[in-house]
Design a protein. Structure first.
Length: 270
């Protein structure tokens, strides 16, 4: 899902739809055209997309023999993935190299809190659920507040229900599914001292990721481009020893090479 632009500088997104159903030649032509137009391509997708679609992305990258395609599938709920993709679109308007921009995705995941309100946790396998909580989910009218990232949390919603949130200023994005609940807006957002709130349509993969379509998904994030840029540029950059592109961290998102181990000099003896 491509979220609306956060500001006038946000770069538009291209949504690659029906990857597991359209002819391979059509996908190849689309990706080849994008590479010709822009030089590099960062594909951000949820781990809840069908396996055939993910396989198609790897097939296209292999057939094009291109190291200019970065495949980024963070372990985040679908709404948080959409937020992260928009943050990368914001940063794409800055003077960041393709390798640094692609690497920034893993850095920015640390500043996202993602969760949902669910009517049932019987099919939830992304967050640990004990047997007692499973039993409570069968009670009529039960609702649960769940945090999937950065640390798993689960509470049954009631007067004393609380979830630990960010200790820095954020905005919150809310996507209402088929569940009638205003707990996020009336209780969670004030407790987390969010600076603002927006709504979005629920991503197509949300029901599969959370195990139910009766949910209200939410995500807090840093909206300001200046803050995002400062975070990314404050991290030490290096060169991928395999493809030579600028990177952040110990793994190149384009060629998947990891940094070679650092060999320390032996301590002097005698």
């Amino acid at each position: 899902m491509a979220l609306p632009a956060q500001d006038e500088r946000t770069v538009p997104a291209v949504v690659l739809e029906d990857l597991d159903r359209q002819p391979l030649e059509q996908t190849l032509d689309t990706v080849r055209t994008l590479l010709d137009q822009h030089g590099h391509m960062i594909v951000v997708c949820s781990q809840a997309v069908p396996g055939a679609a993910a396989h198609r992305l790897h097939t296209v990258r292999s057939l094009l023999e291109s190291d200019r395609i970065a495949l980024f599938r963070p372990d985040l709920p679908p709404l948080a993935v959409a937020v992260l993709a928009r943050q990368l679109r914001q940063l794409a308007s800055c003077d960041l190299s393709p390798g640094v921009l692609a690497s920034a995705g893993r850095l920015l995941t640390h500043y996202v809190h993602a969760g949902a309100v669910l009517n049932s946790v019987t099919r939830l396998d992304r967050v640990p659920v004990n047997l007692k909580t499973h039993a409570k989910s069968w009670m009529p009218g039960s609702q649960f507040g769940v945090i999937a990232h950065p640390e798993p949390q689960l509470v049954r919603i009631g007067p004393e229900a609380a979830l630990a949130g960010p200790d820095f200023g954020t905005w919150m994005l809310v996507a209402k599914g088929q569940l009638q609940s205003d707990w996020v807006q009336t209780a969670l957002a004030p407790a987390w001292n969010v600076l603002g709130m927006r709504e979005a349509a629920p991503p197509a993969e949300s029901a599969a990721w959370w195990g139910t379509g009766r949910l209200v998904e939410f995500c807090t994030y840093l909206p300001d481009l200046s803050v995002l840029y400062q975070l990314v540029t404050s991290v030490r950059q290096g060169l991928c020893h395999w493809c030579g592109i600028d990177v952040i961290g110990d793994r190149c998102v384009f060629c998947s090479a990891t940094a070679p181990p650092v060999h320390e000099s032996p301590a002097p003896t005698g």
